[in-house]
Ligand binder design. Structure first.
Ligand code: F6R
Length: 616
């Protein structure tokens, strides 16, 4: 995720662009940059670090121009650095571009351009696109608008881009597929941004560009005009101008009252971003670019240890089952904090998989350092690009879910779980898992974003359940096998946001002690999907009911009997047993969210917590 802003009009562009970037910093803030056009020449400045630093530079150096584009970056291709920061300039200096998204086939295009003599200064996919536009423009002698269109017809992936050309100083081209772009329509001036927050203070009139559309803003006889067309068919359409009614704070949260709810609802998209470009169905396999160099070491592994803290460790418990089932590699899950102080057995045949959203958790970082001392192969599943864990591990997989702002992890956790299953397929395919089995699992993974969308449609009914249980002083969350870890995650979500005491455990463990806590005021959420553990889970539910306890049952759609047994029932779509916890996460996140809001808590920043725990 990155933020882009553009301005074209009569005013000085930089104050508008810098303020816009500040508003978009929630989308990423590892580097920032600006390009301003003045009398047919560009001044481009970009730097690793926050927008504040960029702002200081622009003010001190009195940059000027009435046309400009700017970017705040959240690295995907290439580490955060000055040279990877946007805007990117094409070889001849004609094209300047900012981009939010991922060009999937950039390497193939880069090779062709290198063969034609193009040189690259950065590791980014965006610089490739800048040069592709230049190459087309130069060779076909078309306008910048048409060159952008032809270039985009050749790329796959997701993007929102802003493009300027030195040859056409009064023109700005905008295009979008998969990433957002909004155009603000002022009085003979236009504002473009990733969301409406940089725009509302200038104009309430906006045009939301649709996927597959491009817009060109041109100066004709001192008047600016906006035209919109589809990228592939060139079909023009008149801009649909809407009037924004939303307040500023609501806009930052995309219309949601809290970041946590926004991030819960982002999960269909964040899962798409996690999976994108990594599934090769025809091979029944997965492609993880970062692991390719280590395929021999991965083949030699005899044991796996998954490590992480909090939510990250709970998603690891899902991975534990998946690794054993699909790859046959004995796997254990260990707190980062404890792994650091344990003796490693057979270290040279053991791989450590460290999971961390922030990539900065001290306990997990220490576990990796210890594994490296013991000469283990270390792998990371990390969301924040260029973070300490991402840099220290031998090889890694990024989540690609964009910044997670709410303290309680939601979209990172579902992404971690799906990546673990994908990694299990990858390791399994090295060890005899059939192509057909790989293909079956991957097909189900591809359906996950839609299934999550279905679960989210039940938000209202979960809100009603939250209302009913909001005063409970205690809560149990139970599950078996793949869903045991999910139960622990459900309990963590509830306790950290609502301050209700909640315990998550393996449902079978209940009658070995914890069941003595059950009474009519102690509700239990049981994850009981239609899987190999369903009958056992049904028995656990009966046992709780027999002791007067209240049960919320989380079951698969089409379950005919649970509404007769449980007090409340939440349905999730059917999927493979190993993917079910991912769907089960969502209603539990919603339950925790709604109960916490009902209790008047600051859900995005629960008391005593921090988003990343960088102390031991
Ligand atoms: C809970 C939560 C924490 C984190 C834990 C590890 O909602 O967010 O339990 O999962 O602090 O953080 P990362 O993943 O950044 O290492």
């Amino acid at each position: 995720m990155c933020g882009i802003v553009g301005y074209i009009g009569k005013r000085e562009a930089w104050p508008i662009l810098i303020k816009g970037l500040e508003r978009l910093e929630y989308r990423g803030y590892d580097s920032a940059g600006i390009a301003l056009m003045e009398s047919g020449a560009f001044s481009v400045y970009k730097k690793k670090g926050r927008v504040a630093e960029l702002s200081k530079f622009v003010k001190n150096n009195k940059l000027s121009g009435g046309v400009g584009i700017a970017h705040t970056r959240w690295a995907t291709h290439g580490v955060p650095s000055d040279r990877n920061a946007h805007p990117h300039v094409s070889n001849s200096g004609d094209i300047v571009i900012v981009h939010n998204g991922i060009i999937e086939n950039y390497l193939a295009i880069k090779k062709i351009l290198i063969n034609k003599g193009y040189k690259f200064k950065s590791d980014t996919d965006t610089e490739v696109l800048a040069n592709l536009i230049e190459d087309i423009k130069k060779n076909t002698k078309v306008s910048v608008e048409e060159a952008v269109r032809l270039a985009l017809a050749e790329v796959t992936g997701a993007y929102a881009i802003l493009v300027l050309s030195k040859d056409e100083p009064g023109t700005m081209v905008v295009a979008k597929v998969g990433s957002p772009a909004v155009i603000g329509v002022g009085k003979n001036e236009f504002f473009i941004a990733s969301d409406a927050t940089p725009i509302v203070e200038h104009t309430k009139k906006v045009v939301y560009l649709e996927d597959g559309e491009m817009a060109t803003i041109e100066t004709k006889k001192d008047k600016l005009t906006l035209k919109i067309k589809t990228i592939l068919s060139k079909k023009t359409k008149s801009p649909y101008i809407q009037t924004l009614k939303t307040k500023m704070e609501e806009l930052e949260k995309g219309g949601f009252p809290h970041f946590m709810l926004k991030e819960i609802f982002e999960q269909p998209e964040s899962l798409r971003n996690t999976i994108r470009g990594r599934i090769i169905l025809e091979k029944g396999n997965v492609k993880f670019g970062g692991l390719e160099k280590f395929s021999k070491e991965l083949q030699n592994l005899k044991h796996l240890v998954i490590t992480g803290m909090g939510t990250a460790r709970f998603t690891g418990l899902i991975g534990e089952y998946a690794f054993e089932e699909l790859s046959g590699i004995p796997t254990k899950v260990e707190y980062g904090s404890e792994f650091t102080y344990r003796k490693s057995a057979d270290a040279q045949h053991t791989g450590l998989i460290a999971i961390s959203q922030s990539g900065e958790t001290a306990d997990t970082l220490n576990a990796i350092k210890k594994a490296k001392q013991d000469k283990m192969l270390t792998l990371g599943i990390v969301n924040v690009i260029g973070s300490s864990i991402a840099r220290i591990v031998d090889a890694g997989i990024y989540n690609h879910v964009g910044p997670e702002t709410a303290v309680a992890s939601t979209k990172a956790s579902t992404s971690q779980a799906v990546l673990l299953v994908m990694l299990a397929v990858y390791l399994g395919r090295m060890r005899g898992l059939s192509k057909k089995s790989g293909e079956e699992i991957l097909k189900e993974i591809q359906k996950l974003p839609e299934l999550v969308e279905e679960v989210l449609k039940n938000a209202k009914s979960i809100q009603k359940i939250a209302e009913k249980y909001k005063k409970s002083p205690n809560f149990f969350f139970l599950g078996r096998k793949y869903c045991a870890g999910a139960a622990m995650e459900g309990a963590l979500k509830l306790k950290e946001c609502s301050y209700i005491h909640a315990e998550g455990c393996n449902a079978a463990e209940l009658k070995h002690g914890p069941i003595s806590l059950i009474d009519k005021n102690f509700p239990t959420l049981v994850i009981a999907p239609a899987d190999s553990m369903y009958e056992k889970n049904k028995t656990h539910i009966e046992e709780i009911k027999a002791r007067g306890g209240k049960v919320i049952a989380l079951v698969s759609s089409g379950n005919p009997e649970m509404k007769e047994i449980a007090d409340d029932v939440i349905y999730i779509p059917k999927t493979l047993e190993m993917l079910t916890p991912i769907l089960a996460f969502i209603p539990m996140q919603l339950l925790a969210y709604y109960i916490s809001v009902e209790r008047g808590n600051d859900v995005d920043k629960p008391r005593n917590l921090a988003k990343s725990v960088t102390v031991e």
